[in-house]
Design a protein around this ligand. Structure first.
Ligand SMILES: C[S@@+](CC[C@H](N)C(=O)[O-])C[C@H]1O[C@@H](n2cnc3c(N)ncnc32)[C@H](O)[C@@H]1O
Length: 259
């Protein structure tokens, strides 16, 4: 499975993620001089917001996608030496006692081993360091997920999805809290909230779902003609939803601290 994203499309389409992420950042109580990790920074739209809130601080942004990091480098150039970007897998974090805080938005559900992920994040923090994060959770995107899975199992497309496994882990609030505590975090708080999202046209819906939600599904379909057919079927179904072209997003909020 590819680690890559269409970063140009993500940068342009990620208004919902940026909106959710800004709410997460608004919960931080910063002195302004902290060293913070942005775990799964993508194209850096929220990393920039974080840097604005840390006039004397530094941010290290890490991501698995080279495309995302290339765009983030351009987007964050104005912050010069206050930001560093690194190609790094969240499951292989090389940091020990480095960060005052860790922020992550819309990334953790792409990582399928949360025990290992949270253990690595815990090690990366200094004592007293904090984690403030959000990712998909609970019944996130059930509607499009169910439709994509039944389309993938249909006679038309089944041959392409023989060994396919969904690329996400959507934990509920209780199991996420347990995983955080198990990794060593204290003062753990988790919650799941709805984030129903409306896209304004069939074209917008198709682009968004193709490049963000179902990018891994689409990679299994070899030809562009067939990929378009898969997306056309889903878009047609979404046109009949009430309201049309809406996505039943749910966000899992995660907070914890290292003793
Ligand atoms: C939906 S984007 C979110 C980007 C940004 N945080 C935002 O909110 O706009 C998810 C990001 O997580 C990154 N990601 C997924 N799995 C990862 C992993 N194992 N290690 C590092 N980054 C990962 C992806 O490459 C992608 O850039």
């Amino acid at each position: 499975m590819s680690r890559e994203w269409n970063s140009t499309a993500y940068h342009r389409l990620s208004k919902p993620q940026v909106g959710w992420g800004k709410k997460v950042l608004s919960r931080l109580r910063l002195r302004g001089s902290e060293v913070v990790l942005d775990a799964g920074c993508g194209t850096g739209r929220l990393t920039a917001e974080l840097l604005e809130a840390l006039p004397k601080g530094r941010v290290i942004g890490i991501d698995l996608s080279g495309n995302m990091l290339r765009l983030a480098r351009e987007h964050l150039a104005r912050f010069e030496s206050r930001v560093s970007l690194a190609h790094c897998d969240l499951l292989h974090l090389p940091f020990d006692n480095v960060f005052d805080g860790i922020v992550s938005t819309a990334a953790f559900h792409w990582v399928l081993d949360h025990d290992r992920l949270f253990a690595g994040l815990y090690h990366a923090l200094v004592p007293g360091g904090w984690l403030e994060a959000q990712c998909g959770g609970g019944p996130n995107i059930t509607r499009v997920r169910t439709r994509a899975n039944s389309l993938a199992a249909s006679r038309e497309f089944a041959a392409y999805f023989a060994d396919f496994r969904e690329p996400w882990l959507f934990q509920d609030a209780e199991s996420a809290a347990e995983t955080l505590c198990h990794a060593g975090f204290i003062d753990v708080e988790t919650s799941v909230e709805p984030a129903l999202t409306f896209l304004d046209s069939a074209e917008h819906y198709g682009e968004f779902v193709r490049n963000i939600i179902l990018r891994r599904h689409l990679e299994n379909i070899p030809g562009e003609f067939e990929r378009r057919r898969f997306m056309a079927r889903l878009t047609e179904q979404a046109a009949h939803d009430d309201p049309p072209f809406s996505l039943d997003y749910w966000r899992l909020n995660l907070r914890g601290r290292k003793a």
